[in-house]
Design a protein around this ligand. Structure first.
Ligand code: C2E
Ligand code: MG
Ligand code: MG
Length: 729
């Protein structure tokens, strides 16, 4: 079904733009550039950067400090002391007297005093090669003994700012041991300077290394991460259409691969979301515009198509078109009696037949439970709406629908209107087609009705009549007339049919006109007004029958017409019982006349209602019998007392053998089913003679009396001489 609808030329332009999947629609913006440009700043603002920087900085500092403490600083100190010792050694060596004997001091006091003045040497202790003390000069060294254990002793006392070392023969190239005490205050300062300088260098190095590292980290780690963060933020904000930039990062390194994957995921997510949304929108669109059972466009889409078609016609880009409304006759019966599965299969079958019978340019829609609508451009092939309707009628009727191996003959009522011939407003064309469809249904269904302006007038007239009828009810313009019913064998008046009369006052000479119930009853039925009217009729008729009996002694059965709508629109049973009880009339003396149309509606409900009515005791007659749809099997199920032969058969019985045989058959049927048979429309003595001959039980007609007001009826009964003979004269 779906495929059919795609090609419809009048398909309206329902906005589908929102559900087009466009995977390229994710706009690439200059977002990335801004990330890169602002990144140096961002790097230093980043908490992560600061943590890494601090860690790197501290680590470098720590390592350098360790190196200094355990490596460079002791070495530096040692070098200073070595230098100092060398200074002392060369000063001492320069004043040593090479000619001095080995057990005498090789120095003169003057030389030493000069040396003390000009060098860092504060004093010396001189020992022979046999470690014998010879002499000391200047400040005496604290090492005052030379033995094999302290030969290499160095005495450095920073707090006292002196340094002592022992120079031996290999240092002096002379056979002495000389303890040299030197001023060492500068060493502390040098070490302090050294530490200061080293710390400065360490800081600069740390800063430099950290900066280089941060720039590298920033470029290779932070920038990509910020880029990814920004893209993820954008994707989070607008997952369906993320405003993200392609990754400029090298996909050969791990972070580049991660970003590439993240980018792909964002796009994949966006595509999935778009696809899901588009599928959901498609579904919503289908639900909103298509009938789920048949897949045909629904009423909404049809009306849009209609407007579109009208617009195209006005633009001159389209032809005139036919609007056909179709209603399946008595579809509810099939649904009720066979179940919804069968009903649905038939609805689908009808849809299929209609769709394949119509050209692609037609819009075939299902507009209600069992209603279809077709809009079709009229072309040379099918140039009139009537032809389209006939095709539809034929297609539905041509052969029964097969469901579960059972055949179902489906009939349809069809309304036809043409755009722009019948109306220039597309909605009005549809209304006109509906008016025509209603006409088709009223005129017995299974037929085609083309819209005519008369229908409109008729509809207007009906509305007027409905308004008038409401007034008539209020102003008590409705009256009941009574027509006698006689028993053919005894000749007695056994009943009276109550018939509604509406005398509508006007300015005429007569002061008003009688409106036929045949005209106003259908209006009352359609509007539901039949329910209060029917209740008034029943109450009035029963009161009348009661007064005839109580006040005048005539025990006459009262026949009251009940329309099918009263069965469906009210609880007729409860009301009848209430009236009978309130008025106090014998239930057997009340007869309800129903037409065969009551069997058309809900059969189960009808059977139940008739049985309930029968249980109260009222009699039941089928009015106008022979004109409608009755099945013998149904007749046996219904608790019917009387068949009322339709007057058309009686009227023609004498000159039309078919009608005569129908009348005869109904009488025989009544006898076979043990039902009474009454004939109405008995106008002449010949009619009466025919019915007597055929064995009919009861009669009613102008031959005896027209329907008359209650007073006249009483007069008729009072004057009537108990049998038919006086009337035969
Ligand atoms: P119906 O129930 O078949 O009533 C018989 C109709 O035949 C009456 O027409 C009556 O006047 C007419 N008639 C009786 N004898 C003869 C005859 O010998 N010759 C001819 N030509 N006609 C005869 P009426 O009163 O115009 O009623 C028409 C229909 O309106 C009734 O047909 C009935 O269906 C409906 N109707 C009348 N009153 C009521 C009512 O109170 N409630 C409902 N629901 N329908 C009513
Ligand atoms: Mg009747
Ligand atoms: Mg009748």
């Amino acid at each position: 079904m779906q495929s059919d609808t795609k090609t419809i030329s009048f398909e309206p332009q329902v906005d589908t733009s929102t559900h087009i999947v466009n995977t390229d629609s994710h706009k690439r913006t200059n977002n990335f550039k801004s990330v890169l440009l602002s990144s140096p700043g961002q790097i230093w603002k980043s908490r992560l950067s600061w943590r890494i920087a601090a860690a790197v900085f501290m680590t470098i500092l720590l390592v350098q400090t360790l190196i200094m403490n355990f490596g460079t600083l002791p070495a530096f100190k040692q070098r200073l002391l070595n230098d100092l010792r060398e200074t002392g050694r060369s000063a001492v060596s320069s004043i040593i007297d090479p000619k001095a004997s080995f057990n005498q001091t090789p120095f003169t006091s003057d030389q030493v005093a000069r040396m003390v003045d000009t060098t860092k040497i504060q004093g010396i202790g001189v020992y022979s090669y046999q470690t014998e003390f010879l002499k000391s000069y200047g400040a005496p060294p604290s090492i005052n003994k030379i033995n094999i254990d302290n030969l290499s002793q160095i005495n450095f006392v920073p707090e006292e700012n002196f340094y002592e070392t022992i120079l031996n023969a290999s240092d002096l190239k002379r056979p002495y041991y000389i303890v040299v005490r030197m001023s060492a205050g500068h060493i502390q300062d040098e070490i302090a300077y050294y530490i200061q300088d080293t710390i400065k260098i360490m800081l600069i190095m740390s800063l430099f290394v950290t900066t280089v590292l941060m720039i590298a980290l920033g470029r290779w780690l932070l920038e990509p991460m910020l880029f990814m963060r920004n893209n993820l933020q954008a994707a989070f904000k607008n997952p369906e259409d993320p405003q993200i930039e392609d990754s400029p990062f090298d996909t050969r390194d791990e972070i580049g691969v991660a970003i590439d994957l993240a980018q792909k995921l964002i796009h994949q997510n966006a595509d999935n979301l778009t696809r899901i949304k588009s599928a959901a929108e498609d579904k919503i669109h289908k639900l909103a515009y298509y009938d789920t059972l048949t897949g045909l466009p629904n009423r909404t889409l049809f009306i849009q198509s209609l407007s579109e078609g009208a617009r195209q016609k006005q633009d001159g880009t389209a032809d005139r078109f036919a609007v056909i409304t179709i209603d399946l006759d008595h579809f509810k019966d099939i649904n009720d009696s066979m179940g919804h599965n069968v009903g649905d299969a038939i609805l689908r079958g009808v849809a299929k037949r209609l769709r394949s019978a119509m050209p692609e340019s037609a819009v075939v829609s299902k507009s209600g439970e069992d209603e279809y609508m077709i809009m079709m451009p009229l072309s040379t092939d099918l140039s009139s709406s009537r032809e389209v309707a006939e095709k539809v009628h034929h297609v539905i009727r041509t052969e029964p629908f097969k469901v579960f191996n059972e055949s179902f003959q489906v009939r349809a009522s069809i309304g036809v209107a043409t755009f722009p011939d019948d109306a220039v407003d597309p909605d009005q064309v549809l209304k006109n087609a509906d008016i025509a469809l209603n006409r088709a249904k009223e005129e017995g269904r299974d037929t085609i009705k083309e819209y005519s302006e008369d229908f409109d007038r008729a509809v207007q007239a009906r509305f007027q009549m409905l308004r008038d009828l409401r007034d008539a009810m209020e102003n008590k313009q409705l009256e009941l007339y009574y027509q006698p019913q006689m028993d053919l064998k005894s000749g007695k008046v056994i009943g009276a049919e109550a018939l509604l009369r509406w005398f509508k006052p006007d300015n005429s000479k007569e002061g008003g006109t009688f409106i036929s119930p045949a005209d106003f009853i259908p209006v009352a039925e359609q509007s539901g007004l039949i329910v209060p009217i029917g209740e008034w009729v029943m109450r009035t008729a029963c009161e009348m029958a009661k007064s005839w009996k109580e006040e005048h002694g005539y025990d006459i059965r009262i026949a009251i017409n009940v329309s099918a709508h009263q069965f469906t629109q009210s609880d007729i049973c409860a009301f009848t019982q209430k009236v009978i009880e309130e008025i106090g009339i014998d239930a057997h003396k009340v007869e309800l006349e129903v037409t065969e149309s009551v069997f058309m509606d809900d059969i189960q409900h009808t059977i139940q209602t008739l049985q309930n009515l029968h249980a109260i005791g009222v009699e039941l007659a089928i009015d106008d019998f022979g004109t409608g749809y009755s099945s013998l099997s149904y007749l046996r199920q219904f608790p019917i007392d009387r068949l009322k032969i339709d007057q058309s058969f009686i009227r023609n019985a004498l000159n039309n053998p078919d009608d005569a045989s129908i009348a005869r058959t109904i009488i025989a049927l009544g006898r076979a089913l043990n039902l009474k048979v009454i004939a109405e429309g008995v106008e002449t003595i010949e009619h009466e003679a025919f019915l007597v001959k055929e064995g009919c039980d009861e009669v009613q007609g102008f031959r005896y009396s027209r329907p008359v007001p209650a007073n006249n009826f009483l007069e008729f009964v009072q004057n009537y001489k108990d049998d038919l003979k006086p009337l035969e004269k």
